[in-house]
Design a protein around this ligand. Sequence first.
Ligand SMILES: [Zn+2]
Length: 385
Amino acid sequence: MSVLAYKYKVYKQNDNHVRRLEKYLRTASQIYNHALDVRRRYYHLFHKTLDLYRLQSHMAKVRKSRHEWKIINSQSVQQICERIDEGYVKFFKRENKRPPQFRGARKYKSVTMKSSGYTFNGNELIINALKLRLKFHMSRPIDGKVQQVCVKRDAQGDFWIIVSVRKENAPSRVKPKTGKTAGFDFGLIHFLTDSEGRKFNSPLPLFNQLKEYRKLCRAISRKKKGSNGYRKARIVKAKLDRRIANLRREYHWQLANELTSLYDVLCFETLNMNEMKKMWGRKISDLSFYAFMKIVEHKCAVTGKLLVRINQWEATSKTCSSCGHKVTSMPLKFRKWTCPCCGIVHDRDVNAAVNILRVGTSTLGRGTVIPAPQVGSADARIPFL
Ligand SMILES: [Zn+2]
C-alpha cells in the first residue's frame, strides 16, 4: 500500500470561472478566519484549548445557518478546522514560529475536499457545490483510489489540482542492491561531495538569475501597492519564482535518484539550517539542503535504501580521515590541507565526506540508526507539494 499525490494544472479558465473559483477560495478563507477567531476567543474566555472535534461540530452548525457558506463542502469545513489545529500543534512543538494567523482572501490559497463534493469525468474535475467543470491537463493517469482532492491557486494566479491516491498493490520501487556505502558532505562551493571524491554541483537557479530577480523586485517596489500595475508586476515575478523552484526541484530529484541507485547506505550530516542561514543567507536558501534531504528521505524509503544521519557536533572537517588526527581549527578558505601527523594531502570536502561515512557506519554497528520514515506515515509527506 502506498499513498501518492498527483499534481495537475488546470487549463486557463474564462473570467466567469475564475470569479467563481475566487469566490470559492474567499468563502473558505472566511470560514478559516471565523474558526480561528472562535478558537482564540474560547481560549481568552476559559483559558482552555477548544479541541478539534468541538470546533468542527461548532463550525458545522454555523455553516448550516449561513447560506453563502454552502458552497464549501462540509468535509472541507472539517479540513479547515484540522488545518488550524495542525498549525497550533506545530507551534507548540516549536516547528512553527507563530500560531496560525488570520488570512485574507488573497493569502488563502487552497481548499481540500475529502471523500465527497467532487466528481471526476475524464480530465474534468466537477466541483459539485459550484457546478463548475474544471478541465485539467492529465499529464499522467490517476492510478489508485482517490483519497482527497485539493484545489489550489498559486502566486501567478494559475489553478492546480492535487489528487492524493491510495494504491493497494503498487509495484515495488525497490532498487537493486549495489553493496556500496557512502558519506556525503554538503558545501557551498560544491553542493555535495561523496566519500569517493565525486562532486555534484547545484545549478544555483536563483544565483544565476539574480540580476533579473532584482530587476523584477525593483519593478514591484516602484508600483503603488494595490494598483493594477503592482498586481501585474507581481505576476511577472511569480513566473520567475516558479521557474527557479522548478529548476531546483528537478535537480534535487534527479540527484536523489542517482544517489539511491549508486549506494545502499547513505550517510549525511545533520545541518543547523538557522545558523547557516545567518552566516550565508541567500546562498543557503538557493541550495535548499533541507528540501533536498526531505527528497532523499522519501527516495530512500521507497527504494529500500538506508539513510543515516550523523550528529551535527561531529568534527568531520577537522579530523584527518586516514590517521584520525584532529586539528584545532579549519577555516573555510582552506580547500586543501596537509595532515601534520601523517602528511597526507586532503581535499577538504572529500575528507569530510569520508569522516561522515566512518561515523555513519560506526553508528550502524551500534544500532542507533535513524531510519528513513516509512511511506504512508505522517513524517513521509511527499516533499514536492
Ligand atoms: Zn593524518
